[in-house]
Ligand binder design. Structure first.
Ligand SMILES: Nc1ncnc2c1ncn2[C@@H]1O[C@H](COP(=O)(O)OP(=O)(O)OP(=O)(O)O)[C@@H](O)[C@H]1O
Length: 400
């Protein structure tokens, strides 16, 4: 974006004023800022849903500012809050929209729809023919993302796509997006006013003030540990140390194996597992390999020949993309001291336990402390060098 400006008719001041920003191919950039600062306006100028008053947009070196907007929009995925699905079309028809406009052969469109549903974690057989009103908010949002990705556009714009769902679903959708992005390497510009969401999914974050002036454009780590000014600090908010936990993911701390059985195993086998493995507890998986129940030795006594009444239901799970904060939250609200980690379609992959988490948090904070000490040390050296130079008389503007 070069000098992008939008002046709405009748407004004294521009909504977006002379914004220049470079988004690298394959990175996720988050636009975050207070309500009304022009985030959506800036985003919609990229695919020309809003025509810029001035400035240029280049994608992959090509100037698209004067390209036919309809053609341009077919090459840019767009996902918005509350999914923006067409209510009178089925899930499959919604996803097929852009590929059809691009005149893909019917068989390719069909295959692509199935592939996209699978990609966003919805069973194609089950969801293909449903209408948007027959889906939960989170499922609608997934379909919205599937539709945005259907024609495999290199660029994806997302305008508060998870703003309208509950916090738990939002967490899961964020994890999904991170997983997708690792596979797809799209260039994503994502608008939110939730700074925690920005930290979680952004490679870089642009903190915007009024009229989309850029207050700071940097990595989440840099913004958290070194906010440019009071405006940015205000946006980062309280609890920077806890937010730091949002920057490390379950995949970075390593997950461990845990003894498992499945609901289809004969009770005798489960008994033996609990006796022989030197363990007090096993994790029961359901028919699809998803975590279902924690089962202790004592529970088996009460099982009376059926698993249905025994054990404690698994409360929460995390994916490898969940942040340490999510994992800690899950561990703290469960009394087993660990949380199952799941992969595609919720299948069990391992567990993270409280010791692993505490050790990682410790190391993380220790590393931060050392880094801060280093920075302090550099600063002191610079100051004493300056004082020395001033005493020697080459200080220039010595403040004697
Ligand atoms: N069509 C329009 N005509 C006139 N003014 C508009 C129009 N659309 C937006 N604005 C104004 O432009 C400014 C920026 O709006 P925009 O929706 O881009 O902000 P935002 O940062 O995305 O806000 P939010 O976080 O509340 O969605 C606001 O002051 C808004 O009132």
């Amino acid at each position: 974006m070069e000098g992008l400006t939008k002046r709405y008719p009748g407004s004294a001041l521009p909504a977006v004023d002379d914004v220049s920003m470079d988004v690298r191919a394959g990175e996720t950039v988050i636009l975050v800022g207070p309500s009304g600062c022009g985030k959506s306006t800036l985003l919609k100028m990229i695919n020309r849903l809003i025509e810029p008053t001035a400035g240029r947009i280049r994608i992959g070196g090509e100037d698209v500012t004067d390209m036919d907007p309809v053609r341009l929009r077919r090459t840019i995925g767009y996902a918005i809050q509350a999914s923006g699905l067409f209510p009178h079309m089925t899930v499959a028809q919604n996803i097929a929209l852009v590929p059809k406009m691009l005149r893909w052969p019917a068989a390719r469109v069909r295959a692509r729809v199935e592939e996209m549903l699978d990609l966003v974690g919805l069973d194609p057989g089950e969801f293909h023919g449903r209408y948007p009103r027959q889906l939960s908010g989170g499922q609608q949002q997934r379909v919205g993302v599937a539709r945005a990705l259907a024609a495999d556009p290199p660029v994806l714009l997302m305008d508060e796509p998870f703003g309208a769902v509950d916090p738990i679903t939002r967490d899961h959708l964020q994890d999904e997006l991170i997983r997708l992005q690792r596979e797809l390497h799209k260039t994503i510009v994502f608008v939110t006013h939730d700074f925690d969401e920005a930290i979680k999914i952004g490679d870089r974050i642009a903190v915007l003030r009024e009229r989309s002036h850029i207050a700071q454009f940097d990595t989440p780590e840099a913004i958290l540990t070194n906010p440019a000014d009071d405006f940015v600090s205000g946006f980062v908010g309280a609890g920077a140390a806890l937010k730091r936990l949002n920057l490390t993911r379950v995949r970075d701390v390593g997950i461990t194996d845990y003894p498992t059985v499945t609901v289809d195993d004969p009770l005798q086998h489960i008994f033996e597992r609990l006796r022989s493995g030197g363990v007090n507890e096993v994790l029961v998986l359901d028919k699809r390999g998803r975590p279902y129940k924690w089962l202790r030795r004592g529970d088996m006594m009460r099982a009376k020949g059926s698993l249905a009444r025994a054990g404690t239901l698994v409360h929460d799970t995390v994916t490898r993309d969940a942040t340490l904060r999510d994992a800690l939250e899950a561990v703290l609200t469960d009394n087993t001291g660990r949380v199952p980690v799941t992969g595609r379609r919720g299948a069990y992959e391992g567990v993270v336990d409280v010791e692993t988490l505490m050790n990682s948090v410790h190391e993380l904070l220790e590393a931060d402390r050392l880094e801060a000490m280093d920075a302090q040390h550099d600063l002191q050296e610079q100051r004493s060098a300056q004082t020395h130079a001033e005493q020697e008389g080459f200080g220039g503007e010595a403040k004697a």
